[in-house]
Ligand binder design. Structure first.
Ligand SMILES: [Zn+2]
Length: 175
């Protein structure tokens, strides 16, 4: 089985899933963008369902522990935390493994608010956070037809990583 620093492994794929429940009177953040809505997503940190799924996809791509293991929801330290912290840790682990993000694709499933008007802002913000071009971030928004999940927001994400460094030992020699 190839190791993470095996130079023959030029690309790696990652997949992430997340869901959060809507609650009245809290801010709504999706993809690092604040959206005007009468309800927000509760639960872990600021409830940014898209950033959490991207974080898990990145961590999964380098076979690192998942977001819940690195940042336990039970730890009061992460209550209301900015999810950009989690994404930053995942990106650090991707870099340390010798990879960079090639592109990411995502599906958001939620009844409201409509994502269309905010889609380009979310894509631009996610691209900025990941350090990739805007056309390397895909975002589809769907309503939960037939799922009876109008009280929830769900995100599915796939990410492709490309190798940037030859091997771990070769990188160490440079320092
Ligand atoms: Zn989450």
């Amino acid at each position: 089985m190839p190791k993470t620093d095996d130079p023959s492994l030029k690309t790696r794929i990652g997949y992430g899933f997340d869901s959060h429940e809507f609650h009245p009177g809290i801010p709504l953040k999706i993809g690092g963008v604040s959206l005007p809505h009468d309800r927000g997503l509760g639960g872990h940190s600021d409830g940014d369902v898209l950033l959490h799924a991207i974080t898990d996809a990145l961590l999964g791509a380098v076979a690192a522990p998942d977001i819940g293991a690195l940042f336990p929801p039970s730890d009061p330290k992460w209550k209301g935390a900015d999810s950009i912290i989690f994404l930053g840790e995942a990106l650090k682990r991707v870099r340390e493994a010798g990879y960079a993000v090639a592109n990411v694709d995502s599906s958001l499933i939620l009844a409201a608010p409509k994502i269309g008007p905010h889609s380009s802002a979310i894509r631009a913000r996610v691209a900025e956070l990941l350090g990739v071009r805007g056309d390397c971030v895909g975002l589809k928004a769907k309503t939960p037809e037939g799922l009876n999940l109008d009280h929830s927001a769900i995100a599915h994400v796939v990410v492709l990583l490309e190798r940037t460094a030859p091997t771990k030992s070769a990188r160490k020699k440079k320092h």
